[in-house]
Ligand binder design. Sequence first.
Ligand SMILES: Cc1ncc(COP(=O)(O)O)c(C=O)c1O
Length: 382
Amino acid sequence: MELFKVYPIYDINIEKAQGEYLWDDKGETYLDLYGGHAVISIGHSHPYYVQAITNQLNKIGFYSNSVKIGLQQELADKLGILSGHPDYQLFLCNSGAEANENALKLASFYNGKKKVIAFSHGFHGRTSLAVAVTDNKSIVAPVNETENAVILPFNDEEVLESYFEQHGDNISSVIIEGMQGVGGVVLATDSFLKKIRNLCDEYNAVYIADSVQCGYGRSGKFFAHDYAGVQADIYTMAKGMGNGFPIGGIIIAPHIKPKIGMLGTTFGGNHLACAAAIAVLDVIKSENLLSYTINTGEWLINELKKLPGVKEVRGRGLMVGVEFDFPIDEIRNKLVHEYHIFVGNAHNKNVLRILPALNVKIESLQKLIKALEEILELKAVS
Ligand SMILES: Cc1ncc(COP(=O)(O)O)c(C=O)c1O
């Protein structure tokens, strides 16, 4: 049987990983500064994480949500403390799209309204409503199209305000990334997030913070949105949550009350997934990764700014985008094939995305800086 070819892929077969290093089937070593789109948060095969999952699998891997799963409460307690939202409620699922889909649905259950506001160049996943709230037409199938999805310009407070003035009674929720990932690492301004908070309060709409990529400590705060100093009603998360084990979730403010049966899932919150997510939180705490991420990110951004030919460096913590005046394909290919360093691209073809593990070593990032120096100097000469 053939694989259904939906991805452009490198012809590299990775078989083993440790920390920020990968090995292919030929024994070649690669430096991973991308973590498969921000998934690897505490480093590949972290020993504490491997042990926690192994221990759990030796006890029980799965039972359904028809019984009490104590690990879910342990996860909720630890997540509440580390994220600074101990009074929120946790619902667990399996991926980022599913987290957003559940958040949008819950918002509509809550206020009985239908319209969702999202922003240009955002990305929220590929399930039905999550994909409908993106302006990338190539990933929206006709069956996903809905008049309930409204896309407005990112960071434009006037347009948002006037849309609320005209349609506020129909707006169920506003969904926004704290830093757009696929869009090319573009930060939502603090003042825009505050405006969303105020308008949602005024019109009884739900502020949904899509933290699937920028959350779970990646920005140096647990949720990037919280730099704005206002709280969202629902935060969605996935990627870094399980360090590669598929798990997603939403945390929900106390004023949104549950009803039995309103949300549900077979796999979400299973024993093994919870063990993985708890191990990630334990490592973030014990290795002090939030402050490490802030310091390391500042160092990285400063070094990147010194490189020749760079137009702009954006980001917070270890979610960093480097924009050039030209497409980055050649640079990225050279990094992978000649320097054995993985970084990412973005929908904006001129942006390199750097999303290393939160405990990446500075010496590993120095390798990237040196490689980029060489590539860019050569490019300037030729
Ligand atoms: C901000 C954001 N939201 C949602 C998603 C969808 O997550 P998943 O691929 O786990 O469904 C992604 C994935 O890239 C993302 O970056």
